[in-house]
Write a protein that binds this ligand. Sequence first.
Ligand code: AMP
Length: 282
Amino acid sequence: MTIPVIAQLDELRSTVAAWRADGQRIALVPTMGALHQGHLDLVRRAGELAERVVVSVFVNPTQFAPTEDFGRYPRDLERDYAALSGTAVSALYAPTAQDMYGPNFSTKISLEGPALGLESITRPHFFAGVALVVTKLFNRCAPDVALFGEKDYQQLKVISRMTKDLDLPVEIIGVPTTREADGLALSSRNVYLSEEERAVAPRLHMALQDLAQVVSRGDPIAAAVAQAREALAAAGFDVDYVEVRDAETLEAVEAHDRPLRVLAAAKLGTTRLIDNIAVPRA
Ligand code: AMP
């Protein structure tokens, strides 16, 4: 079956309106393309929650800083189209940047709470860009549900918070992280890793597992975090952050007295990897 590829907003709106008039539920899976199994797992879950699944592919310029990889981010719509064949997808929505952000575009979204710290330390522009594009995609597609990966845990919490705060009529669903057999979280950026870096990369997940175990035992958090940072540096990572946070609000914590999440970002060469896992209940 051929998947409709939609670039025009009026076509997206009329397609979705026809589904809705038929009483069908609509799920949106926003992506930046370079689709891998992690994305396809979101699509599969979306197919369980709605009769119609829209996958958007849009490399969003407003979430990249001038120093980041916007220019070299992998783009291949034909490959993405092929990856989606045989999945629950009903339409692939691929707008252009000119269409998303017209010449006099002047609006920003300002975020606090879960958007503070972590990714924002080195990428202060990032969540404002994500919030903007996600809000626009919600307004364009009008989905009943939208799915986001736990791989980008802070992003998931920022979007959940924003959706509640702004009364956006969309249910946000988080989907567990899809990993390689050795634990490395699937990411479109993994293609940047050299062979040697790829061999080291799973240690990020290992360090988070060790940290989560130690925190779950009730050991002091600050010492456990310092140990994880050391382990990563010894493996060759340039560590951005390793943190233990409240799993819901992402507030800093001092004790294991509620559900917690460990989160980290670290560079291998020029490639920045992020990962996170839940701290098991004590
Ligand atoms: P991206 O194309 O990187 O913007 O990701 C699009 C969506 O896929 C986001 O909601 C990500 O959190 C999600 N995603 C990316 N990698 C994974 C993964 N390994 N497992 C689960 N979800 C993922």
